[in-house]
Design a protein around this ligand. Sequence first.
Ligand code: HEM
Ligand code: HEM
Length: 220
Amino acid sequence: MNNFQRVSVWSQWMRLAHWSIALSVLVLMATGWLVANAPSVAAGAGDLHGYAASVLMAGLALRIWLLFSDRGVGGWEALVPSGTNLPAMKQMLIFYFTLGRSPLPAWYGHNPLWVPLYAMLYLFLVVMAISGLFMQEHPLFAGIYLPSIHRAFAGIITGLALFHILTVILQDIRGKRGDVSAMLNGYKLFDTERQDLAGPGKQFPAVSIDNIGRDRKKDR
Ligand code: HEM
Ligand code: HEM
């Protein structure tokens, strides 16, 4: 029987940033679609779009602050793809192509294949915020029609967000670490045999899976 250790991976600030961005983007996708396609409710949807945009910008500001203040998984270095991750990225692609039937590679913080996609997603969300803020007063900026930019990037972000949700669900079902609940409570489960994942100079102490949960009171 394998031993597992509950390890804190996502700080409360990272989780706050993730969920304020995630929930606001879902509302922005729905209300943006209504603004463009449902004239009878466009005014109300436009108001809601504005409120959700404020939540998104607050979440993005927090996440950008974490990029520079966090020394761990929240720091900018964690969103730069590294050559050492290439085998895990390849294994992850095979995992998707076989719809989760081939083994899920092991990693500590971010899914290695998604590292460049997360960085791109943040960049695109900044483009959405800038185009959304200025497109009504100044639709034309340096020869670029901002509403077209806003619409085009909305499509790309919608595709990425839906694919992200599907893949984290698949990752959670096929993996043993509890990836989705980790984004809620901060903790992942790691096999103590995989000491290489604990990070430089760190070690997972061996804890039987039967004891997981008994440390909850102590953690709080
Ligand atoms: C992922 C984030 C977002 C998505 C998916 C999104 C999507 C959309 C879409 C599809 C439209 C309709 C465009 C059309 O008429 O064809 C729209 C309109 C608009 N968006 Fe966004 N948007 C996002 C973020 C933002 C942000 C952050 C802001 C402001 C800071 C913003 C401000 C606006 C404004 C002002 C409009 C025009 C609304 C109106 O006519 O009442 N959006 N958005
Ligand atoms: C609503 C369902 C969602 C769930 C259950 C969920 C869950 C997760 C999980 C488990 C991770 C860590 C995945 C990993 O790399 O292994 C993650 C990361 C991430 N998610 Fe989501 N997510 C959701 C929606 C969204 C949406 C709508 C967005 C925005 C477009 C989003 C943006 C991100 C980003 C940018 C990261 C990287 C974390 C960072 O470094 O900041 N998520 N999510």
